[in-house]
Design a protein around this ligand. Sequence first.
Ligand code: ADP
Ligand code: MG
Ligand code: MG
Length: 210
Amino acid sequence: DVDTQREAVLEALDNVSTRLTDEKSYLTDLDSAIGDADHGSNMQRGFSKAAEKRDDFSEMEPHEVVKNIGTTLISNVGGASGPLYGGSIMFASQELEGGITTESSVAFAEAYLDKVKDRGGAQVGSKTMVDALVPAVHTYKKSVEQDDLPPLEALAKAVDAAERGVAFTTPIKALKGRASFLDWRSVGHQDPGATSTLFIMEELLATAEE
Ligand code: ADP
Ligand code: MG
Ligand code: MG
């Protein structure tokens, strides 16, 4: 029911916020190599702010909680990643209006990916969060719709796909975002935004497994 789903969203939010706090300096190190060394603090700040709003979210429908997490990220993350993460979560939250089901979670994932691509103009191979997201979302959708896997197994496969997507960002040259200013010097460094996307997905999986 609504209360259980809201609790699950809040639990996921707490886990993501804790993880990003733990990974703050790692993400910032990645961003210092090919960016401006703020991705860890951007993500930690945004998700901590959202997690602090737990009490404000206590009466909301699950999709409204997700939407409010998005708006909180827009106002608190900053940089390129703030509007990408926040705006896309906000937009995709519409897909959860009828409740959080396996089907609506696929629709959410697809809407989220579409919005990130639409806003940022990155494709697979641009060395951004899109490199983690595209294989993850496609794997999740295929696992649910074609392979008939239960959502938890589908999500686990999606996390594996995201992990390979993150590894793929290292040898390629950045075509979008700050890292693209470095041209060939961005080669050999793992993308921070793809990495934070993987961490968030790992926490969604861990929450679902609980
Ligand atoms: P900024 O680069 O403004 O300091 P962050 O450091 O918080 O912002 O985020 C950088 C990450 O944002 C990159 O590692 C990349 O994954 C992602 N990113 C940047 N530009 C784009 C874009 N146009 N499309 C998709 N993702 C992008
Ligand atoms: Mg940065
Ligand atoms: Mg910045």
